[in-house]
Design a protein around this ligand. Structure first.
Ligand SMILES: [Fe+2]
Ligand SMILES: [Fe+2]
Length: 189
């Protein structure tokens, strides 16, 4: 899929504000692709499409999990976790996107995972630090990315913040997020 087509797909599917967020994630991912030597077109595509299923109906998402034999544990979670893996399946089936790194990047942007590929890590981080994000600690992560150029440390720091946030709300944590936390705690320098 070309950039122009992906932009149209996202613009047609998402509310304006969410589309703008996707554009910023795609642009941030392209910026990061230069630092970390990733393919910029694939980073752009993954960025623009990552939230494709953000507002899909929850019961339809559960149907997709079952029909596509995704991890059944996903049925214990809501859109916050589900919209990644569901979007990956949708863009694969609807637009014939078969690039595994793009699909994994879209699938895992909501949870993280252990042993992520370069584009996966870039999208996971770009989603957290795109220019309009204002959550506490985001500037520290921008420095880790753009000054220290330490992608694994950025993944770890983001996952740690996410896990802390979920624990504070007494929420259950999806196993891939815990695996991501442990893996990047070991991998970071
Ligand atoms: Fe998302
Ligand atoms: Fe997003």
């Amino acid at each position: 899929m070309k950039r122009k087509e992906a932009l149209k797909v996202a613009a047609d599917k998402l509310p304006k504000k969410r589309f703008k967020h996707c554009e910023r994630v795609a642009e941030t991912a392209v910026q990061m692709s230069e630092i970390f030597k990733a393919d910029k077109d694939r980073c752009f595509l993954a960025g623009i499409l990552h939230d494709y299923s953000k507002y899909d109906d929850l019961s339809k998402m559960y149907q997709t999990v079952t029909a596509e034999q995704l991890d059944p544990e996903l049925l214990e979670y809501k859109s916050e976790v589900l919209h990644g893996p569901v979007a990956a399946v949708k863009i694969k089936n609807k637009f014939n996107i078969i690039d595994e790194e793009i699909l994994n990047a879209v699938a895992h942007h909501t949870s993280g995972a252990k042993q992520m590929g370069l584009i996966e890590k870039i999208i996971y981080v770009a989603d957290y630090i795109e220019p309009k994000r204002t959550q506490p600690g985001v500037d520290q992560i921008r420095d880790i990315v753009f000054k220290e150029k330490n992608l694994d440390l950025a993944v770890y720091t983001i996952t740690k913040a996410n896990v802390k946030h979920l624990l504070n709300k007494d929420q259950t944590i999806y196993h891939k997020t815990i695996e991501c936390l442990n893996y990047y705690n070991m991998a970071r320098e």
